[in-house]
Design a protein around this ligand. Sequence first.
Ligand code: TZP
Ligand code: MG
Length: 213
Amino acid sequence: MKKPFDLSLYLVLDPDLCQQHSMVETAREAVAGGATMVQVRHKRASTTERIALARSVKEALRNTPALVVMNDDIEAAIEAGVDALHIGQRDMPAASARARIGLNMLLGLSVNSESAAQAVDPALVDYVGVGPVFATPTKTDHEQPIGFAGLTRIVAACPVPAVAIGGLKQQHVSDVLATGASGIAVVSAICGTPDPQQASRELWERILASRPG
Ligand code: TZP
Ligand code: MG
């Protein structure tokens, strides 16, 4: 069974930014502070290393509601038994990914344009990552930044829930959620901080404060 998912506070782990704490420790601390999903994204690692890392993250988050996502590496996702696979537009077609992972794993897809959002098939894809909202040094090869206006249009065009990414910090939470996005995805706002639990808690408090009702 696919697990129910909550995109509210989506941490993407980065091995270069997780300096003061290991990636596993960062995941644990971030979830203690409120992170709802944790993506293992390690471009330089081998599949074997990604499997080991994902297993360690899963173990660290075992008694929490947070979900573990694998970026790009479909074999690692299956082997580690993570909750979700996240792919980019250029990685592989969503239909191929869905055929390979089956019906029990969530599938996330990156989108950067309204046309890509309209092309999303909700029978295949469970959520989208939309961005970059702002230019960010964390991903050097990112697409053209879309800003909040672009985010609003893309979220509206998309048939599945969206999480915004790219240059997002605490002060952007309310503007992100006002676009209709379901959540905020961050790397440096959590990984690059001395206290990932505190950074997550502050983001989480802004999320709660920004929600209607
Ligand atoms: N995809 C689009 S932007 C980005 C990714 C993985 C990096 C976002 O990093 P940060 O540090 O939150 O700006
Ligand atoms: Mg990718």
